[in-house]
Design a protein around this ligand. Sequence first.
Ligand SMILES: [Zn+2]
Length: 525
Amino acid sequence: MRSIVIFMMAAALLPAADLTKEGDRWWSHIQVLADDKMEGRNTGSAGHLRAAQFVAGEFERAGLKPAGTSGYLQPVKFKVAQIVEDQSSLAIVRDGKVTPLKLGDDANLSVRPGLAESVDAEAVFCGYGLLVPENHFDDFAGLDLKGKIVVYIAGGPSDVPGNLRSHYSFRAERWRAIQKAGAIGVAAIANPKSMDIPWERSTLARLNAAMELADERMADAPGQQFGATINPAHAEKFFAASGHTFAELLALADQGKALPRFPLHIRLRATERMRMSEVESQNVVALLPGSDSVLKNEYVVFGAHLDHLGVGAPMKGDAIYNGAMDDGSGVASLIEIATMAKLESLRPRRSILFIAVTGEEKGLLGSQYFTGAPTVPFKNIVAEINMDMYLPLYPLKNLEVQGLDESSLGADIRAICEKAGVIVQPDKEPQRNLFIRSDQYSFIRRGVPALTFKFGYDAGSPEEKLAKDWLRERYHAPSDDLNQPVDKSAAARFNRLMLDLGMRVASANGRPSWNADSFFKRFER
Ligand SMILES: [Zn+2]
């Protein structure tokens, strides 16, 4: 009783949060992280190392303890592959007649260590390229795929729930099913309706270095010989001998229907020259020790990714992909949350781990490394709260929460938002697979309940237009830089919500749990 009175007095004495000041402080971290001097923080680059040292310094200033393997840093080794495009080729072979394809325009070859230098194999269209046992949905059943290449349209039938579809679309999961069916490679056609980035822009990234964790125990698509992505605007070429049209299939996909599967009666012939090297990059890991003598051995993780795309193909004369929102914003939030905890002397019962990971843009590799080689006992990590490109472009009225209905963390964020007068929205676009597309998924796949967020909006609102325009124009473009309109106080409000969420979860009696009916419960240890 007494402690409650004291707590209430303390709360009453706390000045109301100064969101303008906090928003400016949050932005000041982004000004460092997204400065041209950081050269876009590419995994393995000197710019990324400088950014990692900056974050380590800020964590130290916020009173956090080092929790990496080398102070605040956890070095991670990568294998690197880069395509030599003028020595590479892709062609369609039909009845012995060879039709060369234009790389960059018709299709792009996947780049990753381990792919074969030359491949010549039959192509089979396999619908969405999905195997979802829970729904008895199998795009590979009854097809002879031995030694062949699977061609599919990204997406899935609408009667498979979004999270399930996301899970089985995850590279490692999809590849496992394809490999089991006997195929040696895969070619994906994006559905133009759910492409975040138009082909003309995404194709610019094909010359970028691709990476894989050097630790082979962590490889996630072993045995894959061939990979490609096909420009949907030129996809009819692949169907010309099949008796089907891409347009007809796309119409079915747009209605969420199951797709037919059939041989394309063509072979794909590829030669791929890659330049290989190795680099080292850094996760940054810091600890706010818990106050409870027992619970302090458990950890709530706040995560964001430090890496971005580095220096690449210039757009409008700018070649530095600064990544201010992606994910400078999330890393700045880590620093802010730690800073507020210090300024307000907050000591949750459990410990809180702050992790800025590398290699996210290369395929969630830094988080995969951390979860495979954790610096604290992994079974004691009770939750992951991930912040990646949450897009504070307008006031925070709605918060979209991915993973909302999967674990007890859903009730936590609902309670925090209700108190703050913020409306919680579930994932509005499950077809974009956002739940598997950032680092929370490395934790989820190892059993840890997690959430990730976007600023929400109402359908047809000006906010929706702002968010969608941002994705089309700035997402993974050099214009995601310091010269863009951002609502800093809204970001400060978001940071407060995250702080409250972390404190609530870290101080609760019980640890978070997956809902009984959640698909992800299967990963529980
Ligand atoms: Zn990104």
